[in-house]
Design a protein around this ligand. Sequence first.
Ligand SMILES: Nc1ncnc2c1ncn2[C@@H]1O[C@H](COP(=O)(O)OP(=O)(O)OP(=O)(O)O)[C@@H](O)[C@H]1O
Ligand SMILES: [Mg+2]
Length: 390
Amino acid sequence: MGSCFSARIRADGPRQEGPSSRYGSIDERNTSSRRSFSPAPLTPRKDSGILESTNLKSFSFNDLRVATRNFRPDSVLGAGGFGYVFKGWIDEHTFKAAKPGTGVVIAVKRLNQEGLQGHKEWQTEINYLGQLYHPNLVKLVGYCFEDEHRLLVYEFMPRGSLENHLFKGTGHFQPLSWNLRMKVALDAAKGLAYLHGPEAKVIYRDFKSSNILLDANYNAKLSDFGLAKDGPKDGKSHVSTRIMGTFGYAAPEYIATGRLTARSDVYSFGVVLLEMITGRRVLDKNRPNGEQNLVKWARPYLSSKRRVLQVFDARMEGQYSTSAALRAAILAIKCVAKEPKYRPTMDQVVKALEQLQLQEEVQKHHGTCAEDYSGKVVSYSDPSPSPISA
Ligand SMILES: Nc1ncnc2c1ncn2[C@@H]1O[C@H](COP(=O)(O)OP(=O)(O)OP(=O)(O)O)[C@@H](O)[C@H]1O
Ligand SMILES: [Mg+2]
């Protein structure tokens, strides 16, 4: 979730070694102006600042303490700026703590800090995820609001985050294959397209590989809505906000102006697609100068048909066709265009990724032509419709 732009407000959080530093400031999320797609009339829940939602379970702290075996260190699934995430078990009917290995597995996120920022993100997460339903958004089961305790209870995602699979490939996590990466990209794109669509009209603002979680079948779902924001209304082009997000993933125009649009999320999507293509973190201080910033480093390669394959993750060698690789590279470079108006919409991204997968199938039997995301058939020797030159 968020931390401070000018001064990091998550410096005392459990994860100090994070690859990408977060930034942001307390912003003016207004829970009283909730969207109209809610299935039931909403009233603020007393004291908590969260909105009543019949579908969310309110857990007692003791329920969750028992469900996670007293927040045992060996139940820890991960840690972020918000706090630790624990594995737990509950009975699927009563929602009471169950014996490990029985009932339903849950992930419990426990806010580890005091103060307004953490509470606001907790509140925003509940107010958005409590009302948004899509197969590519992680399911929020409930929350705990008791004394100083703030917790969130999610469906358990057994394969953890995309970040773990891409960058912690040794031991527990296997590096993802090309096909799985493209599947995850498509799933995540569908989640974002739903958020941007007419039903939700939400800007996610925190799209990054650690917020994409994978279920047992590698279906990808977006988590962490603590920075989400209602999209612009009344014909406005953008929402003005304090700048929040994560270094490297946030769009340059948003950082420069605080003006947030759906195309800011598209930029972040492009960054994650680049991470998937290259197997490199968006920011990596362990790399030589000139290679530490992924987007800057990759841009010239992605613009050259001759050099583009040089940036591809060597762990996927032999798993993709050249034309599919080029299509993914074209899509990534379009998403990270410096000018937001040159970025595709998330609907176009979904289409492009669907075509890419279809084409992989078709190409096993046919020639080497490809389509760009507008649906036009293009040849890569023709530089005009594609940002890649020979
Ligand atoms: N529902 C879940 N099921 C399984 N594991 C989860 C779940 N939610 C989170 N995790 C694990 O916990 C880790 C930490 O998640 P969290 O969202 O708190 O932090 P983050 O996304 O890594 O960082 P940030 O605080 O900057 O967003 C994730 O990377 C993932 O490995
Ligand atoms: Mg997260």
